[in-house]
Design a protein around this ligand. Structure first.
Ligand SMILES: C[S@@+](CC[C@H](N)C(=O)[O-])C[C@H]1O[C@@H](n2cnc3c(N)ncnc32)[C@H](O)[C@@H]1O
Length: 273
């Protein structure tokens, strides 16, 4: 995208500190960062050069899970909460699922106005797909949003997609209860696609430094214990292979055993009971 056009889209809402959403957008290959993000991004890559790989594994899991749900389970509605920026060089969720289910309906939600603006520009008048601004801390506002209600029919199964979002929600906000509110808005047979960074002892090099960088310069991040990630699936029955290292969830190609055993982030898909 041309710089001037990008500036217009990302426009007024830009703050004066590095932004986690823009940095993640760059980690997965987009041109989303601004000058204010560059220093933190460069420190992040120095502390842990493996960060882009983790981010890409996360996005790839989300796309594999969405494709699997559309192709093998006939899922036709998706609510992607904390969607981040679209990618330019690889397909996005709506492109993956409409390839399987042409009538699929998708709503992208993010707390960052910039990401939503770029989605709307990107989507244009794409049928059955929209983007709205919203926070997972406010399920009523998201679920009551006119665009959400015009796009999704909650009387039929809706897959909730929350990949890499809850690490940005502190325990004080009770992300498990928030997820319960979204879950209860969906009917039995709906799905949950979720991934989450694990606590530092499972992280690779520089875990504490990465957390400090996020806390001090970007936005606090809250990786969790695996047992606390499993709690997000309450009310869901896990699809095979359960909650596993992110690249090991139904991989397209076999993954090396060391990668599958090294849980820096985990991912799973559940079916609402
Ligand atoms: C690590 S990125 C993951 C993006 C995307 N889900 C993916 O898997 O590629 C986290 C995203 O969550 C968004 N986010 C953070 N806190 C949020 C909140 N409270 N409500 C909604 N979105 C949030 C960020 O803006 C960012 O786009």
């Amino acid at each position: 995208m041309a710089t001037e056009e990008k500036e217009q889209l990302m426009g007024d809402a830009v703050d004066d500190r590095p932004n986690a959403c823009r940095i993640y957008g760059r980690l997965i290959g987009g041109d989303t960062v601004r000058a204010v993000d560059e220093g933190a991004l460069s420190r992040l890559l120095t502390i842990n050069p493996g960060t882009p790989a983790v981010a890409r594994e996360n996005r790839q899991f989300m796309l594999r899970a969405a494709r699997t749900l559309a192709r093998e389970y006939g899922v036709r509605q998706f609510l992607d909460l904390g969607c981040g920026f679209p990618t330019g060089d690889t397909p996005n969720l709506h492109e993956v699922v409409t390839a399987e289910q042409p009538e699929a309906r998708v709503v992208y939600v993010d707390v960052e106005a910039e990401a939503v603006a770029v989605w709307r520009h990107r989507l244009g008048d794409t049928k059955n797909v929209t983007a709205v601004r919203g926070a997972v801390q406010d399920p009523s506002a998201v679920l009551g949003n006119a665009r959400v209600l015009a796009t999704l029919d909650f009387a039929h199964p809706v897959a909730l997609v929350l990949t890499g979002v809850f690490p940005f929600v502190p325990d004080e906000d009770d992300p498990w209860a928030l997820l319960g509110r979204f879950r209860d808005a969906t009917c039995p047979g709906s799905h949950l696609v979720l991934s989450h960074a694990l606590t530092s002892e499972d992280w690779p090099v520089g875990a504490e430094e990465v957390l400090r960088l996020y806390r001090e310069e970007i936005q606090p991040m809250h990786p969790r214990l695996e047992r606390d990630v499993l709690r997000f699936f309450e009310g869901y029955e896990l699809l095979e292979p359960g909650v596993v290292a992110t690249p090991a969830w139904r991989p397209d190609e076999p993954v090396a055993p060391e990668l599958a055993a090294f849980k820096r982030a985990v991912a799973g898909v559940g079916r609402r009971i």
